[in-house]
Design a protein around this ligand. Structure first.
Ligand SMILES: [Zn+2]
Length: 352
């Protein structure tokens, strides 16, 4: 399932691809017949909240996004949803899309089987729930968990169900406080709370495991046992990690000096594809994580075998030594400088 940074990246791609344009909308699959109501209206832009994407449509481009006439298409990709883009050169470049399950090329052929060079002639797959077509290209949605039209109140109801999103602007620190308070009032384990979208919106399994490791925190510690200062640091760490992810499309949590250690070990990563894997300048996936999918391998810091277990219906990964309750307080400040996620100097994607 795409984590929040991917959905924010997707929203950015929609803004650039269609923002302010009059578009054609349809549901080739037929399961989103309401798409015809939006056909010929203007897609004002895109909004991401946690793992939810909201696309506001209006009769004309000068309508305010909060106006009652605006209708919002609410999309949650779930486990199987994906967007496929096609268009003129430079329409949406592959790195900007961010959806891990992005499928390119599939069925992008004309009825006679020839390769399509003009995106306008791409025949939609029969599974396309929603097609949005603009002046320079199109986007096809398949397999979402949710795809529905909401009015302003419906959009607000979606927002109200969600906790603070580390990628939404938060100049006054209000979102951070919401997170700290939600965790501290619960006796549930921090490992379970981080997967609860009402506590924090947009975290998935990778961010959960890596954030806990970077905080040297046992996943089973109850939320109410954590200090406000500790949780504020975790929030800031999450903001940094997810901002990097939204910018590059990748999750990288390791500090450069902890990556080489594992170069000789054959990684048993199980197909954790990320956008940009083919780019030689990015941190390879087998060096990107401390614990995620590294169970049975030695910890990058202490050599102890990384463990895994079920927690909140998803597997959590942790180092029993680095993330013991005793190690926590001592190690946070010492091994946790301001921006440990930053890439090594000279990496191509650091400059952006
Ligand atoms: Zn360790």
């Amino acid at each position: 399932m795409p984590e929040g940074h991917t959905v924010h990246r997707l929203a950015g791609a929609f803004e650039r691809a269609f923002g302010g344009q009059r578009v054609r909308t349809s549901s080739p699959q037929g399961r989103f017949g309401e798409a015809t109501q939006l056909d010929g209206t203007v897609l004002l832009g895109a909004e991401a909240v946690g793992k939810h994407l909201l696309l506001p449509f209006a009769p004309s481009a000068d309508v305010d996004r909060d106006a009652p006439v605006v209708r919002h298409v609410h999309i949650h990709l779930g486990l199987y949803g994906s967007w496929t883009f096609a268009g003129d050169p430079g329409f949406v470049d592959a790195h900007a899309i961010g959806a891990p399950r992005l499928r390119r090329g599939e069925q992008e052929e004309e009825l006679d089987g020839a390769e399509v060079t003009d995106w306008r002639r791409i025949v939609p797959r029969p599974t396309v729930r929603l097609r949005i077509a603009g002046a320079r290209g199109l986007a096809d949605l398949t397999g979402p968990t949710a795809c529905e039209i909401l009015d302003g109140a419906g959009r607000q109801a979606v927002l109200d169900r969600l906790g603070p999103d580390p990628l939404r602007p938060d100049p006054a620190g209000r979102e951070r406080r919401r997170f700290v308070e939600a965790v501290r009032r619960s006796r549930t384990s921090i490992g379970a709370l981080l997967m609860n979208q009402r506590v924090v919106a947009g975290i998935g399994n990778i961010f959960r495991a890596e954030l806990l490791f970077r905080a040297r925190l046992d996943p089973l510690v109850p939320g109410r046992d954590l200090s406000p200062g500790m949780l504020e640091q975790m929030w800031e760490d999450l903001v940094a990690l997810m901002t990097y992810g939204a910018r590059t499309g990748r999750i990288v949590t390791t500090q450069p000096e902890h990556r080489e250690i594992e170069a000789r070990i054959i990684e048993r990563s199980r197909g954790t594809r990320q956008n940009g894997d083919e780019d030689p300048d990015v941190v390879p996936r087998e060096e990107s994580f401390y614990v995620y999918h590294r169970q049975t391998l030695p910890c990058r810091l202490c050599g102890t075998t990384v463990r895994s277990a079920d927690l909140s219906a998803r597997t959590v990964f942790w180092c029993p030594r680095c993330q013991s309750r005793r190690s926590r307080r001592a190690s946070w400040t010492r091994e946790h400088p301001a921006a440990p996620w930053a890439l090594a100097p000279g990496r191509a994607d650091e400059a952006a």
